[in-house]
Design a binder for this molecule. Sequence first.
Ligand code: BGC
Length: 799
Amino acid sequence: MNNWILEYFGMDGANEGLREALCTLGNGQIATRGAAEESFADGIHYPGTYLAGGYNRLKSEVSGKVIENEDLVNWPNWLCLTFKVEDDDNWFDLSQKKVLFYKQKLDIKHGLLIREMRFSDNKDRETSIISTRFVSMNDQHMAAIRWEFKAINWSGNIVIRTSLDGNIKNEGVKRYQKLNNEHLNIIDLGQFEKDNIYLLVQTNQSRIYMAQASSCQVFQDNEKVNFQYEIDKIKGKISQNIYLNVTQAKETIIEKTVAIYSSKDMAISEPLVEAKNSISKSETFNDLKKKHQYSWNVLWDRFDFYFSDPGNTILLLHLHIFHLLQTCSPHTIGKDVGVPARGLHGEAYRGHIFWDELFIFPLLNFLLPDLTQSLLKYRFHRLDAAKRLAIKEGLQGAMYPWQSGSNGREESQVLHLNPNSGKWGPDNTYLQRHVNLAIAYNIWQYYEVTGNIPFMKVYGAEMLLEISKFFSSICTWNSHKERYEILKVVGPDEFHTSYPDSEEPGINNNAYTNYMASWLFTKAIKILKLIGNARRAELLQKLDLNEKTISKWDEISHKLFIPFMENGIIAQFEGYEKLKEFDWNGYRKKYKNIQRLDRILNAENDSVNNYKASKQADVLMLFYLFSSEELVESFGKLGYDFTPNHIPNNINYYIPRTSDGSTLSRIVRSWVEARSKREHSWYFFHEALMSDFKDVQGGTTAEGIHLGSMASTVDIIQRCYTGLVTRNDVLWLNPSFPKEIDSMDLTLYYRGLWLKIFFRPNECKIEASDGALQPITIGFKDEKILLKPGDTIIIPIHR
Ligand code: BGC
């Protein structure tokens, strides 16, 4: 088993979209789906190129209402490369040929997509093409394709056509196809420096320019060919037709190099100028490829790990790290972009940014903390927008939107199409105010790992305080309960958006939200101590806070209401216990896939709001984010008697009542059972690992990968099974591996030091890099050990 190669044999039209998503190549700046070079959007293939932060808004009319959506734009297709034999009328289309061999190979280690095909036409001419492409991880603006073309049993004249195609719409998600989807205006296209081509487009609302410039070189018998060509401009598409003669059994090499710039790039004059310059001075395919592979090697040195597990676990973990780094990479650092939940791999959820960061940043903190910092700044730069959203609701502080895109406006759709019934209905999931708590949690985690006080002083503290201000303004005092409450929200389980038969959106006292709000106030008070008196005074004044508000936060943090049922089982929200039990067995018999119960029940004129049925982990999120010690302490602070014994009661209660309609759900399942039922945890870990690879939701991966779930599978290995927790300036380790793993090697960053950790059955060895001024404290099980820069410690493990 090769842990780095994802291979597909034969053509498979039904799963082409899935392959395209999983074979996407990118570098954190741009990403291009693994569509065939010769293909176009035809219902089977869907070429797509996406730019980090490349959004555009369009208005559409739905059910008599004008709605506006912001989408991650599908930009011009730079892949276009095709051929025809001179006497043939049609351009190359594999579906019209007799396919003798087809293999598609994603080389994860080197960031290459390779397609090997052999086919014959209706005149029995047999041809083979090996196509290799990459999107450079070295130079964020460059991408290249190389074709090794061989006429196996014939000789003759062929035409190679290379194009840049601007006639592109956002058509990747069927549900959105009735909405307006033409985002691009063609500004210019043409030829430069004799035989190179270019295309300049601009989005019609956000006015982002993208320029693509391209050159094509041909080699025969190791010599560069001086070919005849023609330039063809048809409606937004520029093509170069190259005339060649091919000889039987001899190879013709065609190399297409493309430079892509946008007006969002830093340090540029104008995108087209830069794209043309890059092509003029561009290196050969092989030189570009060498540098690209070197950059991937550097990343793998850091992100790769080892553990002793047979099977394809490691291959899929590599695939997940690969897609994470293709969505956000060192090229992302310093840019004003966030991480779209579905990667830069498709158009699902319109490329919006949700709370999924909560499942991504903890992993990045330990491997590329500068990247987390940059992604947190995406939120910081939208603090004013979040404040405006709070004001609009009559609230204070910063209320970040559930779905975020370009400028921090709420991008959640107002209407949702139920594909089961074909009906549009209101979408109230925007009430997920807990997204703010995820941002706060991520800020705090980043701080715990890096100890970066300057970041906290300038960015982190202000966000934490503004979010606290917001939560303090939505907390209301209930004198009957003598508790603070948070009303009319939606929890992480998006199924429950209102009470049965209620017209009003929202549910009250979502336990997860309330618990996290209490946690938030505690951290906000702590951060005010950490940043020093001068900054504290500045921030209090800037945010119009005073000692009274701070002590009110402290009071709320002790008195938030958490609804409980019997046996320490936390009610997902107030009144949850009154809902009906759902007929899980009956519906599993009736429907093949009941993950999206909300749509199924809605199409039956029923509502999931009526039932104890969750889409994904909600209460269970608490056991995902916090250790039992932290939970017991925090519930104690809130005045609730919660013991570690109550945890399994909650897990056993909610797991059978969850449909796993989100890929994030399996992650939490695996995590929360890691200590008590290791074999369950391993099972769900594997299910999570398969989410995109097997497209377990039945069609959603083709529209974009599920980045939160991908990153967290790696995090389960990195933090969950190793018991890695950062708390109060200590890096705690408490390994508890499933039986399939008996040793593991990891690289981690913590507080200025790079650590190499080797877990073995009887010992754990930790080597610290040099380069930091301070020693760090490692906590192993219950013992604390000081580790100095450059030192190695070996801790015996008694089983
Ligand atoms: C999940 C959300 C998630 C979103 C984007 C939804 O299906 O319910 O929790 O944030 O997808 O991944």
